[in-house]
Design a protein. Structure first.
Length: 134
């Protein structure tokens, strides 16, 4: 199930990736390990960016996107909640490596962070242009 629904797209080390997810997020979730990963797969279908991003005209391509365009379109998909982008690569050739979002216990988008403090993007810059890879 996890190989198809929740693969490690960056390193290709599924076991290490799932161990990291369990250690960092699962143990604090209050769920047992199996329930945590079942819930994680369910949430992937709630977020469903593979289907939603093309509808927002965000597709894999060679031409870069303005980061503000990506964030504006993602906010529309996430009920107005600010996403967190994680970028990698050279300074002038950034690649969106992750889109992070937070959900509450009823599977609705909420701001990531504590006491209303939004967590920042990671390594994307303020006005960067980034390539999007699905």
């Amino acid at each position: 199930m996890l190989q198809n629904d929740w693969p490690d797209l960056i390193r290709g080390d599924e076991n290490g990736f799932w161990e990291h997810e369990w250690d960092l997020h699962g143990k604090a979730s209050g769920l047992d390990q199996e329930s945590f990963f079942i819930k994680g797969v369910k949430l992937l279908s709630v977020v469903d960016l593979d289907r939603k991003l093309p509808k927002a005209n965000i597709i894999s391509r060679d031409n870069p996107y303005d980061i503000q365009f990506i964030k504006t379109e993602l906010r529309k998909l996430m009920d107005g909640v600010e996403p967190i982008l994680v970028c990698r690569g050279e300074k002038n050739h950034r690649l969106s490596a992750e889109i992070r979002s937070c959900l509450n216990m009823t599977d609705h988008f909420v701001a990531c962070g504590h006491a209303g403090q939004q967590l920042p993007d990671i390594d994307c810059g303020l006005s960067s242009i980034v390539l999007f890879q699905s």
